[in-house]
Design a protein around this ligand. Structure first.
Ligand SMILES: Cc1ncc(COP(=O)(O)O)c(C=O)c1O
Length: 404
């Protein structure tokens, strides 16, 4: 069958005339949510198979995270970094330990963590590596997605993200993802960092060739270049490991974390590295009024404690195996390929069936919320609280839409 564009619902600008049109949401209006389920304003329940792009890894309103948040709300929520809070150092110590690093730079959104890491890498390049002032370059990968700020879209190759927003920030070199030779050729004496998603999320859950990340690590070490791993979407349990890089036994110099670190409640992000790297920042050189606030720190600390137990990672592995096995049934039957690790899956639909967006609209009518990435590729990232029967239910709905 061919999926026709979904035209029964009114256009977004009629529904939300006062909301800027920088998104094109699936027409489901959430009123409440719990665990893996979102209930809309009409009382219909939907299984959330997107998990807010991995920000809801622990499910909606996880009781332990909600309890930590409520307890903190009753004490103190915001001091700015002008004063200390009794929450920040314990949170940073716990997160640093989870990462096997020494220091944490707390921020809010993922894009802020990326921006912060760019500043840190440049400063490290000048202060420690000895790159001439103003000449630092950072190598990035084709198909990257690291956020939406002016600097970050400057090194994107997605026309929607980039076009119309110049002039662009210089200092970046883009090479094809997964291509070690191109990366090696791009490194020179001005290179201070390689910024990479271990698995590219927005590009369609692209898992690189097996030798790619270990060889990138070796190149960075040999050339005295910081390996900066953007684990904002791939990290914190999603792929069956605390960090996706663990699948290849690779340790970066800098971790970028976000999304799930905020427990599905508030934006919490972080740059995590050793003190010889993060120590290049001195008072006044970087900051954020909300970064590391007591509420964020209480929530982030709870998330770190939950991950330190290891059960979420095992759950993502086991349930992910089930999900990938089930999705494999469709290859050659309306699905061209499936990919992913843990509870993270990219599904390339046969383009003859329509766009990924059309497919997601149909899925939503069947009670499953998912999101397309580009073209005919679908992304599934359900909260890690999802159960085997729920996965089966969602896959059965997927089959109905595919074969309906
Ligand atoms: C890998 C990666 N980095 C950074 C970001 C930006 O995070 P945020 O939307 O919180 O700014 C995203 C968001 O999808 C992401 O997937």
């Amino acid at each position: 069958m061919t999926l026709m564009p979904h035209d029964v619902k009114p256009p977004d600008h009629d529904v939300e005339p006062h909301v800027a049109h920088n998104y094109s949401p699936i027409p489901v209006t959430a009123a409440s949510a719990e665990g893996g389920w979102i209930t809309d304003v009409h009382g219909k329940r939907h299984l959330d198979c997107l998990g807010a792009y991995s920000a809801v890894n622990f499910g909606h309103r996880h009781p332990r995270i909600v309890a930590a948040a409520l307890e903190q709300i009753e004490r103190v929520t915001l001091t700015s970094r002008a004063f200390r809070s009794d929450r920040l150092e314990p949170f940073c110590a716990a997160l640093a330990e989870l990462c096997g690093k020494e220091m944490v730079l707390p921020m809010n959104t993922g894009a802020e963590a990326v921006e912060s890491a760019i500043k840190v890498a440049r400063k490290w390049g000048y202060d420690v590596k000895g790159v001439p002032d103003g000449r630092a370059t950072i190598i990035v990968a084709g198909g990257n997605f690291h956020g939406r700020t002016t600097t970050i879209i400057s090194f994107s190759d997605d026309p929607d993200a980039r076009n119309g927003f110049g002039p662009y920030t210089p200092g970046f070199v883009r090479v094809p993802y997964g291509d070690v030779e191109s990366l090696a050729a791009a490194i020179d004496e001005t290179t201070v960092g390689v910024l990479v998603e271990p698995i590219q999320g927005e590009a369609g859950i692209i898992v690189p060739p097996d030798d790619y990340l270990p060889r990138v690590r070796a190149l960075c070490t040999a050339a005295d270049v910081l390996l900066i791993a953007d684990e904002i979407q791939s990290g914190l349990g999603r792929t069956g490991r605390t960090f996706a890089l663990e699948h290849w036994g690779v340790e970066p110099d800098v971790y970028l974390l976000g999304k799930a670190l905020g427990g599905g409640i508030v934006p919490v992000s972080a740059v995590v590295a050793n003190s010889d790297i993060l120590g290049v920042l001195h008072p006044g050189q970087h900051g954020s009024t909300f970064g590391g606030n007591p509420l964020a720190a209480a929530i982030g600390h709870t998330v770190v404690d939950m991950l330190a137990e290891g059960t979420w990672q095992r759950r993502a592995t086991d349930l992910g195996n089930h999900l990938h096995t089930r999705l494999g049934e469709f290859v050659g039957h309306g699905v061209i390929a499936t990919r992913g690790l843990g509870l993270w899956a990219g599904i390339d639909l046969d383009p003859a069936l329509g766009t990924g967006k059309d497919f997601c609209l149909r899925l939503a009518e069947h009670g499953v919320l998912a999101k397309d990435t580009h073209g005919s590729t679908l992304r599934l990232a359900p909260p890690l609280v999802i159960t085997v029967p729920e996965i089966d239910w969602a896959v059965d709905r997927f089959a109905e839409v595919l074969h309906g």
